[in-house]
Design a protein around this ligand. Structure first.
Ligand SMILES: N=CN[C@@H](CCC(=O)O)C(=O)O
Ligand SMILES: [Zn+2]
Length: 421
């Protein structure tokens, strides 16, 4: 079959192995690396990848050929944990953090997430749309082609709905594909006066069914943490969400280990997020239950903490892991997934192959799209990140610089020389 497009002479193509599920433990050290590689694209999908001169049968009169000598190709990167849609920003908390005030103390004083809730409530749909679209543009030029986006800066129905509708609309208009997560259980709203049980009841009876009915999200998530939601409250909400056929995630063991990991294992959530404070026992339970550990080292960095999630221990225990930005205005204001990947190496001692598997094939399965993205398997979407690098080590070694040159989404060039097309 003739290709519409042929991208040829890559120094390397990184191609994850697709086992029809996230790669676990030692499997994360495996990948196919093709030297002098080509990628053939047909109707926006991967037709074939190979090495050397492409077969004559792939080339027709209308086939466009692009030379990528000296470059690296990987599947489009997948950011599987973001708080994309929000009003305002929180640089006013930066000085406090520098002076040693903790993240949870800022929240307790009505700042942190609650301050972003106030800004998000007062922002119009259009303001939120423009701001989020701009953030997605930044992510795209850094090589990201799919993003998971959580609500959770509304806490009331109208604002949560506004956030999820922004995600829905951007999924139609922006080149990046979005996966929506409902996370009203992100903080206890001020009007509930610290009564987490009552707020969870309210979410279960008043919000969850509407999210389902209006098809506003695929996943449900909760922040299980000291001073936020307990393990019991998390269990109750996630069980109710599971009964309505939502897929589940949980923010667990971010700062303190308060039982979120047990809930993840019991309910077999797709993933558990953060895990900076996870115990060996918790790792064992998640491994047994097949929970993906979604690690967010940019958050540790931004919180000025030094406890990075024990990625190696999780791999040794046979878990699958992903890495993502956690892009949000408080604990990780960034759009640069490459920096997060570099932290995966520098701070968690993951290898480049493990890191690229984490943000491609594993992230794809963690957002429920493993059948269509995350590897260069024939028939998957031709989402491609082209790096100004000759091999997969270079973009992890040369840090804090955008090394993604071009990005293809569904076979179309959407970013060229680090600029939107
Ligand atoms: N930890 C809870 N939620 C976000 C932070 C949100 C915020 O601080 O605005 C996180 O994943 O880090
Ligand atoms: Zn988060």
């Amino acid at each position: 079959m003739q290709a519409d497009k042929l991208l040829v002479h890559f120094s390397q193509i990184f191609s994850p192995i697709d086992k029809q599920r996230a790669l676990k433990g030692s499997e994360m050290s495996e990948a196919t690396i093709i030297e002098d590689g080509y990628i053939a694209i047909k109707n926006g999908k991967i037709l074939k990848i190979g090495s050397g001169q492409p077969d004559e049968s792939l080339i027709g009169d209308h086939t466009k050929i692009h030379d990528y000598t000296g470059k690296l190709a990987t599947p489009g990167l997948i950011d599987c944990h973001t708080h994309l849609v929000y009003g305002g920003s929180r640089e006013n908390e930066f000085a406090k953090k520098l002076n040693g005030v903790s993240y949870l103390d800022i929240l307790k004083e009505g700042g942190g997430i609650l301050s972003t809730v106030r800004s998000t409530k007062s922002a119009s749909f259009d303001t939120l749309y423009d701001k989020s679209s701009h953030l997605l543009d930044e992510m795209l030029i850094h090589g990201v082609t799919t993003v998971e986006a959580k609500s959770g800066y509304g806490l009331d129905w109208e604002t949560e709905k506004k956030q999820m509708n922004v995600v829905k609309e951007l999924n139609h208009t922006h080149p990046i594909d979005l996966v929506s997560t409902f996370m009203a259980a992100h903080a206890i709203p001020e009007e509930f006066n610290g009564n987490g049980d009552a707020f969870i009841d309210h979410i279960i009876s008043e919000m969850l069914p509407k999210v389902k009915e209006e098809k506003l999200a695929d996943f449900c998530d909760i922040f299980c943490e000291t001073g936020v939601f307990t393990a019991e409250q998390s269990r109750r909400l996630l069980q109710a969400a599971k009964d309505l056929d939502f897929k589940l995630r949980i923010h667990a063991d971010e700062i303190d280990s308060v039982g979120g990991v047990d809930v993840a294992a019991e309910l077999e959530t797709v993933s558990a997020e953060h895990l900076m404070a996870v115990t060996d026992e918790g790792i064992k339970k998640m491994s047994k239950a097949g929970v993906i550990g979604n690690l967010l080292p940019g958050t540790t960095f931004s919180l000025m903490a030094d406890t990075y999630a024990p990625a190696k221990k999780m791999l040794d225990a046979g878990m699958a892991i992903t890495l993502s930005t956690d892009s949000n205005p408080g604990s990780c204001p960034t759009a640069n997934i490459q920096f997060i990947m570099q932290l995966g190496c520098f701070k968690m001692h993951l290898t480049p192959i493990q890191v690229f598997n984490a943000v491609t094939i594993n992230a794809a399965y963690s957002v429920g799209l493993g059948e269509s993205i995350g590897s260069f398997t024939e028939g998957k979407r031709a989402d491609i990140a082209v790096f100004d690098a000759q091999n997969i080590d270079y973009p992890l070694y040369f840090f804090a610089t955008n090394l993604v040159k071009d990005v293809y989404k569904n076979g179309e060039l959407v970013s060229k020389n680090r600029q939107l097309v």
